[in-house]
Ligand binder design. Structure first.
Ligand code: ADP
Ligand SMILES: Cc1cn([C@H]2C[C@H](O)[C@@H](COP(=O)(O)O)O2)c(=O)[nH]c1=O
Ligand code: ZN
Length: 296
C-alpha cells in the first residue's frame, strides 16, 4: 500500500473518531439553564457532559435583545434552553434586605431612608398618599406601642404611617389581593416580634416578587438571637449591622443593656429601660445587673 494511501486512511479514521465524539457529547448532555431576567448581564447556560462543564455564555448574550445575530449553533445546542426558567416562568424574583443592630443604632431611620430611595429610583410615584399609593407598605408589630399605634417612629421622632399587626400572615388578606399585587416594596419594623417572619419574607420575595426590607434586633438584652430575625440571613440579598454609641464611653455600641430587673425577653421600652453599650461596658454592666437581679 502506497504511503499516500496510508495517510488518507489515517485521516479518515481521525475524522470518524471526531464524529463519534460529537455524537457522544450530544447524547450525554444534561441541560442546566438559569434564565436571567435582567437583560444587562449575559446569562450563562451550562452544558454538563460526562467529562467537563462547558460554559457557553456567548450563546445567551447573542440571544439578548439589541445584540448581534446569534452565531451558528454548535451541533449539540438545545433550543429548549431558552424556555426554561428557574422559577417556572412566574413573576420576577424579589429581594430581601435585613437591617440589624442594637437599640438606637438607626435601624428604623435606615429603613425609612431606603423606602424613600426606592421611591426616588422611580420605582413608583412618591406622593402624599404614598402609604396608600399602592406601591409601598410599611408594617410594624402591634406589640410596639411606645410612640404611636399607626406609625413607625424613630427615636428622633421621624414618623411614617404603617400597618400595626400581630402577625404578618394576615397582611395580604387585610390589604386585599388587588392592593397586594400592586405592591413593589414592603417595609417591616420591629421584626423580632413576628413569629411568621421567615415564611412571610420567603413567599413575598420568592413567589410574589416583592422587595422586602426588614429592620429588627439581632440580639436581645442577653445577646441571644431575638425572634426569627437571624433566620433571614440565608434568605437575604444584603445584611447590614448598624451600631449605636456607647452611653458610657461613646465608643461604638454593638449591644443593648437592660437597666431594669425584669428578666422576660419581650419588654417594650426605650431609653427608660435600655441603653446601647460597647462590649466592655456590656460585660461590666451585665455583671452588675445580674447581681442586682439575684438580690431582688
Ligand atoms: N446612644 C445612642 N447612640 C446612637 N443614637 C442614639 C443614642 N441615643 C439616642 N439616639 C438617637 O436614636 C436615633 C436612632 O433611632 P432609630 O432609627 O429609631 O434607632 P433603632 O431603630 O435602631 O432603635 C439616632 O439617630 C440618635 O439620634
Ligand atoms: C433588647 C430588647 C429590646 N426589646 C424591645 C424594646 C423595644 O420596644 C424594641 C426594640 O426597639 P428598637 O426599635 O430597636 O429601638 O424591642 C425587648 O423586648 N427585649 C430585649 O431584650
Ligand atoms: Zn463603652
Amino acid at each position: 500500500m502506497t504511503h499516500a494511501r496510508v495517510l488518507n486512511l489515517k485521516k479518515e479514521k481521525e475524522k470518524e473518531k471526531e464524529k463519534e465524539k460529537e455524537i457522544h457529547i450530544s447524547t450525554s448532555l444534561q441541560f442546566f439553564s438559569l434564565q436571567n431576567h435582567s437583560k444587562s448581564k449575559p446569562a450563562f447556560f451550562y452544558f454538563q457532559t460526562e467529562h467537563q462543564s462547558l460554559r457557553i455564555s456567548h450563546l445567551l448574550t447573542s440571544q439578548l435583545p439589541n445584540s448581534s445575530p446569534p452565531p451558528p449553533l454548535p451541533a449539540y445546542y438545545s433550543p429548549m434552553a431558552t424556555s426554561t426558567s428557574i422559577n417556572g416562568g412566574r413573576c420576577e424574583a424579589g429581594e430581601v434586605h435585613v437591617i440589624i443592630g442594637p437599640m438606637f443604632a438607626g435601624k428604623t431611620t435606615d429603613l425609612l431612608r431606603r423606602i424613600e430611595s426606592e421611591s426616588s429610583s422611580g420605582r413608583f410615584f412618591f406622593s402624599f398618599f404614598f402609604f396608600w399609593g399602592g406601591n409601598v407598605a410599611m408594617i410594624k408589630s402591634s406589640k410596639d406601642t411606645r410612640y404611636a399605634n399607626d406609625s413607625v417612629v424613630t427615636h428622633d421622632g421621624l414618623k411614617f404611617p404603617c400597618w400595626s399587626l400581630p402577625d404578618l400572615t394576615s397582611f395580604h388578606r387585610k390589604l386585599g389581593d388587588d392592593e397586594y399585587h400592586k405592591l413593589d416594596v414592603i417595609g417591616i419594623d420591629e421584626a423580632q416580634f413576628f413569629e411568621d417572619l421567615y415564611e412571610f419574607c420567603c413567599k413575598a420575595a420568592d413567589h410574589d416578587g416583592k422587595t422586602v426590607i426588614v429592620a429588627g434586633l439581632d440580639g436581645d438584652y442577653l445577646r441571644r438571637s431575638f425572634g426569627s430575625v437571624l433566620d433571614l440571613i440565608p434568605l437575604a440579598d444584603t445584611v447590614t449591622k448598624l451600631t449605636a454609641r456607647c452611653e458610657l464611653c461613646g465608643k461604638r455600641a454593638f449591644f443593648t443593656l437592660r437597666k431594669t430587673a425584669e428578666t422576660q425577653t419581650e419588654l417594650i421600652g426605650g431609653s427608660d429601660v435600655y441603653m446601647p453599650v460597647c462590649r466592655q461596658h456590656y460585660v461590666s454592666g451585665q455583671a452588675v445587673m445580674e447581681s442586682t437581679r439575684n438580690v431582688l
